[in-house]
Design a protein around this ligand. Structure first.
Ligand code: NAD
Length: 282
């Protein structure tokens, strides 16, 4: 296999999933159901601006109505809870997403919890995460869902494999660990306090890296023939790079995702898929 062939063509995977999704959306529209996503942004982060721009672009391309609410720094928890409440009660809205992070004074847990389980397009309410825990998935968090779709599309098998996750966030690390456990992997979760990280990463058949540290994973830290999923998005000298030093691990790994053009693409598509799934579940 050439190094080029080892880089997973996520764009192609996403294009195929888009076709399936488009036909589902057409079917809904024929029944006078017009999928709609509302996104709430309560931060001043440059990165969030670019993520939501991307979400808008994909929704509009697929024919999903997209609406965003950019809130000012003086917004209160109560203001956001009221907004979510009105969106929960609005029958024309099918998905509600709160873009993280939030302004420091806001209470993330209380705000996410206000989203109706039936409109929780990010799968981050306690109920939806709890369902993932007991393998009774209702709606999956977007990034982990996308990672599984990438692994499946390259024919990765799961049973008995050692999956190592670097990062333990609620939106990526913990849910992807649980999904891989549900698929009968043996799972190790590493985090900022893990000692001798390479001891674990070197033994990973499937390595998922979501720490937000530019090029932290290098050739000497990965296992021969492993599949490496790079979730990290880091802005360095005006360029976006991942947590994995892709060039260096290519000589060892079987498959690698690149950044940009990797996991991020599937995250946004999973979001669009989740809106349609929520409508279909009603
Ligand atoms: P986070 O930023 O909330 O937390 C980072 C995690 O990394 C923590 O759990 C921490 O324990 C762990 N960590 C930090 N230093 C470490 C070290 N030296 N060794 C091992 N673990 C360490 O996590 P997040 O929100 O999951 O984001 C992680 C990265 O993924 C960021 O770069 C983020 O931008 C990116 N991200 C990408 C997508 C996508 O769609 N591609 C989606 C979400 C997040």
């Amino acid at each position: 296999m050439t190094n080029e062939e080892k880089i997973i063509d996520v764009k192609k995977i996403v294009e195929e999933r888009k076709e399936t999704l488009k036909s589902k959306i057409d079917t809904l529209k024929a029944k006078n159901i017009f999928p709609k996503l509302c996104v709430i942004v309560a931060n001043n982060e440059e990165a969030s601006r670019s993520y939501v721009k991307n979400k808008r672009k994909v929704c509009e391309e697929l024919g999903i109505i997209y609406e965003d609410y950019f809130l000012k720094e003086n917004v209160t928890n109560d203001d956001i809870l009221k907004l979510i409440s009105s969106l929960n009660n609005d029958n024309s809205v099918h998905g509600i997403l709160v873009q993280l992070p939030l302004f420091k004074h806001l209470n993330e847990n209380v705000i996410l919890e206000k989203i109706s389980e039936k409109k929780d397009v990010d799968g981050l309410t306690i109920n939806n995460l709890g369902k993932l825990f007991i393998s009774n998935n209702y709606i999956l968090p977007c990034t982990p869902k996308g990672i599984i779709s990438i692994l499946e599309s390259v024919g990765e098998t799961f049973e008995g494999k050692h999956a190592v996750i670097v990062g333990r966030s609620n939106i990526v690390g913990k849910p992807i660990a649980q999904l891989l456990l549900n698929k009968n992997c043996t799972v190790t979760i590493c985090h900022s306090k893990t000692k001798q990280l390479e001891k674990y990463t070197k033994d990973a058949d499937i390595l998922v890296v979501a720490a937000g540290i530019p090029h932290m994973i290098t050739r000497d830290m990965v296992k021969e023939n492993s599949t490496i999923i790079d979730v990290g998005i880091n802005r360095v000298n005006g360029k976006i790079i991942g947590d994995v030093d892709t060039e260096s691990v290519l000589s060892v790994a079987k498959f690698v995702t690149k950044v940009p053009g990797g996991v991020g693409l599937t995250t946004v598509l999973s979001l669009a898929e989740n809106i349609i799934e929520l409508i279909e579940k009603e």
